[in-house]
Design a protein around this ligand. Structure first.
Ligand SMILES: C[S@@+](CC[C@H](N)C(=O)[O-])C[C@H]1O[C@@H](n2cnc3c(N)ncnc32)[C@H](O)[C@@H]1O
Length: 380
């Protein structure tokens, strides 16, 4: 997408899908955290004007509505810290948020503190978060630039120092793969975003692997910044433009909740998810019953690489931590794979805990899991 010059612009399919996902994540996020903490914070570094040209809400308004809903049923306070680098847009954002707050009760408005700031994302965002005492407390940060590279690694590092911070970053790989090699300024911007120069190896990758290479490099950068669990998925619009949404957290629960959000969003026209681990890079429609063909391939490859087999518990953990799928999708898939004789399974032994037994793909690994061989039963 070309970078708009006007205060407002048309909302594209990527953005609609992103907002759905954000809403689906924040709606459970806020009440869960409010049940344990007196104050939680939501922040954006690239907030936008809060509205699109046809009147659709921008991400800060989407978030505000999710929080107002949560505060109707929970005690506690929510702080919103919103930075925008264009003065006209920051002013529009303020009036959109004021308008949105008018629809909520005085009590909800009092406990939903909203601050907008005109300034560069970095360092304004960190300065404001420090001032408000939000660092080190539950904090979700959306860094939704036009795709960059304009999110400094040093900012991610500062945020990642705190266990309770989660981030969601948008990242478009096309700019650096096209212009990073020839233009030194762009290359430096890439270095600042990745926190190093390892990503330069993208220039030596075959053209059909450049995006995935860059994506994996960025994932590594997030890990180095402290976000031990990252969830990557692609959104591909009808024009085949690729946008990565990258979620980083230190908490498995956060990862689980983000996946639930991802799989519960309504179908969005022209937008698909793709799992980075799927060797066939199949695009997935946003459906309530997601197509699990790619997960089947991913699991088979993973099992094939483990000659002694894997327990279903291990496959579930792998699915949670390494793919876009949910652990709850694994059991049925393994049953189907077993019935189709793609894997063999062993029953649980008496006295074992609930951890399920090994699954092996015999034609690849040559190993038939022996009954009772590895504890826990499969498919309890
Ligand atoms: C993709 S838009 C954000 C859209 C918004 N998150 C939403 O979903 O409704 C990016 C915004 O970042 C602003 N921006 C660009 N560079 C910035 C910077 N360095 N610091 C802060 N804001 C910036 C732009 O003016 C634009 O409004």
């Amino acid at each position: 997408m070309a970078v708009p010059k006007t205060v407002l612009w048309d909302r594209d399919p990527h953005t609609a899908a992103k907002h759905n996902l954000l809403r689906k994540y924040l709606e459970p996020w806020a009440p869960i955290l409010l049940s344990r903490h007196a104050t939680i914070t939501y922040a954006e570094g690239f907030s936008g004007p809060g509205v699109y040209s046809q009147g659709e809400p921008g991400s800060p308004v989407v978030a505000l509505e999710a929080f107002a809903k949560a505060l109707q049923h929970r005690s506690g306070r929510i702080r919103m810290v919103l930075v925008e680098g264009d003065e006209r847009r920051e002013s529009e954002l303020r009036s959109q948020l004021d308008k949105a707050r008018e629809h909520h009760s005085a009590d909800v408005s009092r406990r939903l503190r909203v601050n907008t700031h005109y300034g560069e994302c970095h360092p304004t965002l960190l300065e404001q978060l420090r001032l408000q005492g939000s660092l080190g407390k539950p904090l979700f940060v959306l860094l939704d630039s036009y795709g960059g590279p304009d999110i400094p690694f040093s900012l991610l590092q500062e945020l990642g120092k705190h266990r309770s911070t989660e981030v969601m970053v948008t990242f478009q790989p096309a700019f650096l793969t096209r212009f990073g090699e020839a233009n030194e300024n762009h290359r430096r911007a890439g270095d600042a975003a990745f926190g190093g120069t390892e990503w330069h190896a993208v220039f030596d990758q075959p053209s059909n692997e450049k995006f995935t290479f860059l994506r994996d490099q960025y994932r590594e950068s997030l890990r180095r910044a402290g976000f031990t669990h990252t969830l990557f998925f692609e959104m591909v619009d009808e024009g085949n433009h690729v946008l990565y949404l990258i979620f980083g957290t230190r908490h498995e629960r956060g990862l689980e909740k983000m996946k639930e959000a991802m799989w519960s969003v309504d179908r969005d026209h022209g937008v698909r998810y793709r799992d980075p681990k799927d060797s066939e890079q199949q695009q997935l429609a946003l459906e309530l019953e997601p197509h699990t063909g790619p997960l089947r391939r991913i699991l088979l490859e993973h099992i094939a690489a483990a000659p002694k087999g894997l327990t279903v518990a291990e496959l579930k953990a792998f699915t949670l931590l390494e793919t876009v799928y949910k652990p709850s999708q694994v059991t049925k898939l393994i049953t189907d794979m077993r019935d189709a004789k793609a894997v063999t399974t062993t029953p649980r032994r008496d006295g074992d805990d609930q951890g399920p037994g090994p699954a092996s793909r015999d034609e690849l690994s040559g190993v038939l899991a022996e009954p009772g061989g590895r504890g826990g039963g499969l498919l309890d």
